[in-house]
Design a protein around this ligand. Structure first.
Ligand SMILES: Nc1ncnc2c1ncn2[C@@H]1O[C@H](COP(=O)(O)OP(=O)(O)OP(=O)(O)O)[C@@H](O)[C@H]1O
Length: 674
């Protein structure tokens, strides 16, 4: 390769003489009509409008990614590296002065041993986890800015989704959330169809994600990120876990995307020789440093100049990986050799060494042309808001998704059987209680059971809610899809009514079987208290799940808290130490619901039969007489009145919800990885 060839890697017009604006958004220029089945059974004919095509094409200018002297240094707790160390932190260099340039239409592979810094480099180029990063990353001629986020797509290694959704639902919700406001709903739906075709996932489009294959899942993952028609696509080990056929077919998809003018950067572990040769550029790393940067087909020739010869019939990718995985001495030799042989753009020596000829030139950072002919301002003007769509539309879409997901999780045959079976069993236990003095303790126990069973159950469910959803939400938020507040409000509004249906069915059955109070108004009031206590408990569960990083810690904290609240609520011990009883009263939400329902149960002037006067004073001298139900309350310490109990419970509900939101926003649950 002569020096002119070398510079070809810097100026795109050299490498691609046919370089021109990307074609109209549908590659063949034809408007394919899609038929979309709506939920009510109707169908909708849709195709991308001309205006929609223009908007989508404008989303995706060609971008050259140039990085120069990029380093990343982090402080790690010294004990993590050397347990005997006396220092608090030790500096660790994850990336060491890496430079390179990646052009539109190229697929570039980052390879190297595990822990060499591939993901770190990928993150840095994508503008993620930038603390401790020095050096420059340009997109065309503009330094990276957060506002460019929408032009970049990042496909995580893990395929994180709500797996109950079908492939199409997943893509549709993402399109509605992430495509800009000025694109019509019809165009957004057409874009989903285009991506389904492009990623070749039509045959599993209506299958729940949990049932599709690993290769299909990976394509859905990529498709989700492609909906916005980004210019640069970062992929973290997209082929890991795929068989070779799925991996090759995934590479075909990436090649098609590259042909459309996208810039593709992927880390990869152990590609087959076919995949290895298909990359346009290979960046080989070891311990955060460059070892080789050039065409994959030149890698073996480069290493053979150092007398490392690949045996014939050996997969070149395997050989290269074996080489960099060799002992420290060889790695150091390779790092040193790269430093000596690399060519800096604009400083190409007239006499290139044999080895240098196989390397691509690194940018010097001073190129006048970091741009390409598709140069546009990548930082949107003020008119383009921070979010693709406003708060209300975000909330409505997230509400619909939450409602669908919760509905599916909540209304299973098993849950219905559980609720009805427990309602009937508890109804049988308290069956048709007589309105007699000696049923007073049983009636109180029924209320206690009612006010503890569902809240406990819901609290535990609430506890699991964020830990399971958090990964997906963080992924979606990292791509700037929606506000956390929109998600939180939507989730609260969508889930609460659904979570209250089963307890309502439960109460209807058990309450009337037990014959608590014949007054329907009182039944409704008890129902309100039961549902409110469930919402308070769920909020507390959400708070613990959001605040504690570790699910085991959250479950332990919840168990200790619940038992404590029950004990200090005075349900089991009548003579609590005064100080414990005083604060217990304030914190035990069970107590408020219980106290209110107890008062309600004996309200309404129901006539009760005396038995032996053990509970009601007026029965003491008149065992065969009657008394009015309200008198039974003398036996209990029922605290504040019903209205105040309601207010306190409602206040707790609002307070726990708000704290759960704050915890979700401010408690960092990521592992701290770069
Ligand atoms: N927050 C952190 N604290 C300590 N070490 C970290 C942190 N983040 C990353 N590292 C270390 O940085 C190095 C590079 O990590 P990175 O994930 O980039 O490697 P990788 O090449 O992608 O590895 P793999 O191929 O196994 O995914 C690893 O040794 C990792 O342990």
């Amino acid at each position: 390769m002569d020096s002119e060839d070398q510079s070809a890697y810097i100026n795109p017009s050299y490498i691609d003489p046919t370089y021109e604006r990307p074609p109209a958004y549908t590659p063949n220029g034809q408007h394919k009509v899609y038929t979309i089945e709506m939920r009510d059974g109707d169908t909708l004919q849709t195709q991308m409008s001309i205006e929609g095509e223009q908007i989508m094409a404008a989303q995706s200018p060609r971008i050259t990614v140039t990085f120069h002297n990029v380093s990343k240094v982090i402080n790690v707790p010294a004990k993590m590296i050397d347990p005997s160390s006396k220092e608090r932190f030790i500096q660790r260099t994850l990336l060491d002065k890496l430079s390179g340039q990646i052009l539109p239409r190229q697929i570039v592979a980052l390879m190297g041993p595990s822990g060499c810094g591939k993901t770190t480099l990928l993150n840095t180029l994508a503008g993620r986890a930038l603390s401790g990063v020095t050096g420059n990353v340009w997109y065309n001629n503009q330094l990276y800015d957060r506002a460019m986020k929408r032009k970049l797509a990042y496909v995580l290694q893990q395929d994180l989704f709500f797996e109950n959704l079908t492939v199409k639902q997943q893509l549709t919700y993402t399109a509605l959330l992430r495509l800009p406001n000025h694109l019509s709903r019809k165009d957004k739906l057409a874009q989903v169809e285009i991506i389904i075709d492009q990623l070749r996932i039509r045959k599993c489009a209506n299958t729940p994600i949990m049932l599709i294959s690993g290769g299909e899942k990976k394509r859905v993952n990529i498709g989700t990120e492609l909906l916005t028609n980004p210019s640069v696509i970062f992929l973290d080990e997209p082929t890991s876990g795929l068989d070779s056929t799925s991996a090759v077919s995934l590479m075909d998809v990436l090649r098609e995307l590259a042909m459309q003018g996208k810039t593709i950067i992927t880390s990869i572990h152990q590609p087959s020789s076919q995949i290895f040769q298909s990359f346009d550029q290979l960046i080989l790393l070891a311990d955060g440093k460059g070892i080789f940067m050039g065409r994959p087909s030149n890698a073996l020739a480069y290493f053979s100049t150092m007398n490392y010869n690949c045996p014939s019939q050996y997969n070149p990718a395997d050989y290269v990986m074996d080489l960099v995985n060799q002992d420290m001495k060889i790695r150091e030799e390779l790092k040193e050799a790269y430093l000596q042989h690399r060519i800096i753009s604009g400083q190409i020596p007239s006499q290139l060494s044999e080895s240098s000829r196989y390397l691509m030139a690194e940018p010097s950072g001073k190129e006048s042309d970091l741009t390409n002919p598709d140069n546009v301002n990548l930082i949107p003007d003020g008119r383009e808001g921070k979010w693709p769509i406003g708060f209300l539309p975000q909330m409505l879409i997230l509400y619909s998704r939450s409602f669908r997901l919760t509905g599916k999780a909540q209304f299973t045959a098993l849950n219905l059987i559980q609720s009805i079976a427990l309602a009937v069993i508890s109804g049988l236990c308290w069956l048709r209680m007589e309105f007699r003095e000696d049923t007073i303790p049983d009636r109180s126990s029924f209320i206690f059971f009612l006010m503890t069973f569902w809240p406990l159950h819901t609290l535990m469910m609430g506890l699991l809610s964020f830990p399971f959803e958090r990964g997906v939400i963080e992924k979606e938020r990292a791509s700037g899809a929606f506000r956390l507040s929109a998600y939180f409000v939507a989730k609260s509004l969508a889930e609460a009514p659904l979570k209250l249906v089963l307890p309502t069915i439960f109460l209807i059955i058990s309450y009337w079987m037990a014959r608590i109070n014949n007054n329907f108004g009182i039944f409704l009031a008890i129902l309100v208290f039961q549902l409110l206590s469930i919402l308070v408990a769920e909020s507390l569960g959400l708070l613990l799940g959001a605040a504690l990083k570790n699910l085991h810690h959250a479950i332990t904290a919840a168990t200790v808290l619940l038992i404590t609240l029950m004990l200090v609520g005075g349900f089991f011990v009548r003579n609590l130490p005064h100080w414990l009883g005083v604060w217990g009263k304030w914190f035990s939400f069970f107590k408020y619901a219980y106290n209110a329902c107890l008062q309600l149960q004996f309200k309404g002037g129901q006539v009760y039969q005396c038995v032996d006067g053990s509970y009601v004073i007026s029965c003491r001298n008149n065992p065969n007489g009657t008394f009015i139900s309200n008198e039974a309350l003398q036996y209990f310490d029922y605290g504040i009145n019903i209205g105040l109990n309601f207010l306190v419970l409602f206040g707790m509900f609002v307070c726990f919800r708000f704290c759960a939101y704050l915890a979700l926003r401010f408690v960092n649950t990521s592992s701290g990885r770069t």
